[in-house]
Write a protein that binds this ligand. Sequence first.
Ligand SMILES: [Zn+2]
Length: 213
Amino acid sequence: MATATADKLTTELMGILGAKKPENIFPRLKALELLDMCGRCCGTGHYSYNAMTGTTCFGCQGRQFLMPKVTRNLVEAVRAKWTAEFAAEYHAKLAADAASRKRVESARGMYLASRTVKALQAGCEAARERGELVGRYWQHECEWEKRNMPEAAARRSELYTIQKYIDKALEGVVGAKEWDKATRSYKPADWTAIDARLAPLLAQFEALDSQTV
Ligand SMILES: [Zn+2]
């Protein structure tokens, strides 16, 4: 009986929050500051170090908070705080985060996807079809590029250097997590912050690459 009531309250909670899945409740309650602080790590997400998981707290899996018991009181507190305005702000932040994540994740492949590299590849391919390029050694292609597309060839090496800096800046970002030196553990990637860190490199890359038409 108690479970049926809890299920009903959870369904009601999802309705108020516009949550399609039960797992959407947790992040929304976090934004509303209605989660319970993890008592094991006192809300730090970290506990004693071990080789497997670093210092990530077992109690909350590093999330710092725990899902509170779903009661009538909680449902009413959520109803009062989750206003249309709050929801709009929450979803705007989510969308901005998703856009940042997309930019960060595509940054690793920028060099290969660049207009400059594509133009050089297309140039070499056409030359090979015309019979100007024989053999399949990259040296032949590099020489052909330098002779026939010197500006793009020079740009290519600069773009390659910027890509190395980008890769370096993304060291420690694995999947949706990033390594936190201070706590010696992975934490959920802060896409907005990583995006901001990469921004000057991405701008430099784009400015150079856009010279290839
Ligand atoms: Zn904890």
